[in-house]
Write a protein that binds this ligand. Structure first.
Ligand code: ZN
Length: 293
């Protein structure tokens, strides 16, 4: 038995709290609805007190987050449309209440870390993890570490070339309108269809349209970061029939310019190997790395 670690996959609708004393193995797990910071963090703290004490806590959270350690706001949720959460001091509050060090990163960086250590991208030096759901985010993992600089990457908000049959839709991103997130997120699909995306039949043209746009993101990421693998998870990606559309659109956008047999293969753009456990396992890895420093 190793040290007891805690992890939180902090999402916009739920917090998944877990403990573990063995890599990749979850001991205790509790799902808490995301309501107010006070209520949700209070319930999370109660869980870790009941099943602790933990040596360290990793939090893989929805964002945006302030991750620059030089900032006085380090560890807080930055401006978010989610009511009540702007300025919530995630790492400060949890560290104080649980009396242990806290590692904070984005949900996609956490999931990406778990996929490169335990899932689809094991052993690969450059991996990108993208989630497509209520929002669209991406994490870039290089040599086993999530990339962070000025802020964390926000690859969901890149611009894409509009499909000729989709020129009228204005997009739903409050910042950019028809950026990628504004075109393919769950709320974008709801605005296009008037009903949730998952109610659309599998042969509905909306799926190939989403694939068309996500393929362009993958092509852009190939050109910018040269990943060995791009993993796409999240609620929208549970329809695996989107993947062939994405691969085709990526290849079409690159048009043979990037010379690698991997790009045309079905092992380059893939679903997560860990399914919906990637976020929680990633949070535990953040805690593990914190203690190993
Ligand atoms: Zn945007």
């Amino acid at each position: 038995m190793g040290q007891l670690l805690g992890g939180i996959e902090a999402g916009g609708t739920k917090f998944v709290c877990v403990t573990s004393s063995q890599p990749g193995v979850i001991a205790q797990r509790k799902v808490i609805p995301t309501t107010t910071p006070q209520e949700t963090l209070g319930a999370a703290i109660a869980f870790f007190r009941e099943h602790g004490p933990i040596e360290a806590l990793g939090v893989a959270s929805f964002g945006p987050l302030v991750l620059d350690r030089a900032s006085p706001d380090y560890g807080q949720v930055a401006a978010t449309p989610k009511p009540g959460w702007t300025g919530a001091d995630l790492s400060g509050l949890l560290a104080k209440a649980l009396d242990c060090p806290v590692a904070l990163d984005t949900d996609v960086n956490g999931a990406g870390l778990a996929e490169t250590r335990l899932g689809a991208g094991q052993g690969l030096d450059v991996v990108i993890y993208i989630t497509v759901g209520t929002g669209l985010g991406g994490g870039l993992i290089v040599n086993g570490k999530p990339v962070q600089g000025l802020t964390h990457p926000e690859m969901g908000h890149v611009r894409v070339r509009r499909h000729p049959d989709d020129l009228d839709f204005k997009g739903v991103c409050p910042f950019h309108g028809d950026c990628l997130e504004g075109l393919v997120s769950g709320p974008a699909a709801q605005a296009r269809l008037g009903h949730p995306l998952n109610d659309a039949p599998l042969d509905h043209p909306v799926w190939s349209l989403i694939g068309y746009y996500l393929g362009q993101l993958c092509a852009t990421l190939c050109l910018v970061a040269s990943p060995r693998q791009i993993i796409l998870g999240g609620g929208v990606m549970s329809n695996l029939s989107i993947f062939p559309h994405i691969r085709a659109a990526c290849a079409e956008a690159l048009n043979g310019y990037v010379q690698s047999a991997a790009i045309g293969s079905d092992t380059f753009i893939v679903p997560p190997g860990l399914g919906d456990r990637a976020g929680a396992l990633g949070a535990l890895l953040l805690a593990e790395d914190l203690l190993a420093r």
